[in-house]
Design a protein around this ligand. Structure first.
Ligand SMILES: C=C1C[C@]23C[C@@]1(O)CC[C@H]2[C@@]12CC[C@H](O)[C@@](C)(C(=O)O1)[C@H]2[C@@H]3C(=O)O
Ligand SMILES: O=C(O)CCC(=O)C(=O)O
Ligand SMILES: [Fe+2]
Length: 437
């Protein structure tokens, strides 16, 4: 197997390719715009490489102050408006992605000024933060993998697949292109945004006020060629390898998703064998692809705290196929409500059971709640292909799975209707709730 993580990780974590800049802000200066006020405090690199944001930040922000020698000040975001703050001196060092500004001196360290955003939640450290070694691993080349997949879907709603037949060089090529994109100057990246829902997004997730320490690219994947996406960066000569790398990856991962769903149907002993996988291979299937980048942030690491990278949620689709570089952060919620960390494995794929598969199995499989925590120690790059059915497809329990007299637990809906409702919800909402009988 090709080891593909190290070069790209190093690239995102290396010294900035762009100049670091110090900014002193006064009430007349908006965060993120360059200024000339007083500067002090040590420089803390809390970003991936990239140039200084030229955009405008203008909303409320949250500040947490941590003073040296154990005193902790907390100033709440809502009360502060940058333009009404008398003067806030910050050291700004290539922090184009982050809602965090840090001023660290012997007496005070000011943390976090979030541009145009609500507060990104701090996640309480967990006592049992150890890796959960019991995340099911299914070897697709083994006999009985079909039964193992069903058990994993029933027990956890999340599992790792190995011997998946996706060539590592395909993964590597796309990861390299993703790293290259996220290293680009902020203005360049933002030309492909905002994500509404597709495009480049930075910290804002979805349309309803969710935020996280993440930047991303979100693509709609249909049978139309990629050139239909409105992302301007794809037209740049520097991104000429991105499109081909993405197409190649999507093809290979779609085959994996189709294989997994075919095996699940086999394990469930339902006919016809393509009853599940046809939903994701249909011409009209409604896929999404997401590249997430959770930047490195040494100060967060030093604080030994975790912040929300991507808040807890279930994926609305049938299944999602996730792969990341060799960086921790992903957690899943078990049936007993505890959160467990998923040990990263850059050569494997993780399968996430989505809401639609829960409904198709009348609740026998549960869509898994999951989240990403950012502790700042390493930058995380993840790629997730979300497999949705055609918009007109009725999502209801498969008759082949219903016992005698068994009733559907859900009202009938089409994927199009569910998706519409999903986009009205907050990330952490129980989206299936309104469709339960
Ligand atoms: C807050 C939101 C983001 C999301 C759309 C939504 O309104 C609720 C579902 C969210 C989610 C979670 C899984 C995937 O990352 C995603 C692409 C999806 O299909 O549903 C996101 C949506 C998004 O980021 O647009
Ligand atoms: O970035 C990750 O590892 C997971 C993100 C996720 O769950 C999502 O995009 O739906
Ligand atoms: Fe997800």
């Amino acid at each position: 197997m090709v080891r593909n993580g190290s070069r790209n990780e190093a690239a995102l974590e290396g010294a900035s390719a762009y100049p670091s800049t110090r900014i002193g802000r006064s009430n007349s200066q908006r965060a993120g715009s360059s200024g000339t006020g007083t500067n002090h405090g040590e420089r803390i690199d809390c970003s991936s490489p990239g140039s200084l944001r030229a955009g405008s930040y203008h909303h409320g922000f949250s500040i947490r102050c941590l003073c040296s020698l154990s005193a902790i000040f907390s100033m709440e975001m809502a009360a502060w408006k940058l333009h009404s703050t008398p003067c806030l001196d910050v050291t700004y060092h290539t922090m184009q992605h982050h809602p965090l500004f840090f001023l660290c001196s012997l007496t005070a360290m000011v943390v976090l000024a979030s541009p145009a955003l609500d507060e990104i939640p701090l996640v309480r450290p967990q006592k049992h933060g150890a890796f959960f070694s019991a995340i099911p691993v299914v070897d697709l080349s083994m006999p009985f993998s079909a039964e193992a997949l069903v058990k994993a879907c029933e027990d956890v709603g999340f599992f790792k697949v190995i011997n998946h037949n996706v060539p590592m060089d395909v993964v590597q090529r796309l990861e390299a292109e993703a790293v290259k994109f996220f290293e680009m100057p902020q203005v360049f990246k933002e030309a492909s945004g905002p994500a509404d829902p597709f495009g480049y997004g930075n910290k804002r997730i979805g349309p309803n006020g969710d935020v996280g320490l993440v930047e991303y690219l979100l693509f709609g994947i249909t049978s139309k060629p990629l050139s239909y996406t409105s992302m301007s960066f794809l037209e740049e000569p520097s991104a000429c390898l991105f499109g081909p790398a993405l197409s190649e990856y999507l093809l290979a991962v779609k085959k994996l998703a189709s294989d997994v769903l075919e095996l699940i149907a086999e394990g469930l002993k339902i006919e016809p064998g393509d009853v599940l996988n046809r939903l994701v291979t249909d011409e009209q299937s409604d896929g999404l692809f997401r590249l997430n980048h959770y930047p490195r942030c040494p100060l967060l690491e030093r604080l030994n705290r975790s912040w929300t990278g991507f808040g807890e949620h279930t994926d609305p689709q049938i299944i999602s196929v996730l792969r990341s570089n060799n960086t921790t952060g992903l957690q899943i919620s078990l049936k007993n409500g505890s959160w467990v960390s998923v040990p990263p494995d850059q050569e494997s794929f993780f399968i996430v059971v989505g809401d639609c598969l829960q409904v198709l199995t009348n609740g026998r499989f549960k869509s898994v709640r999951h989240r990403v925590l950012a502790n700042g120690s390493k930058s995380r790059v993840s790629m997730i292909y979300f497999f949705g059915p055609p918009p007109a497809e009725k999502i209801a329990p498969l008759s082949q799975l219903m016992g005698e007299g068994e009733q559907s637990k859900y009202k009938e809906f089409t994927w199009g209707e569910y998706k519409k409702a999903a986009y009205k919800s907050r990330l952490g909402d129980n989206r299936l709730g309104q469709f339960e009988k």
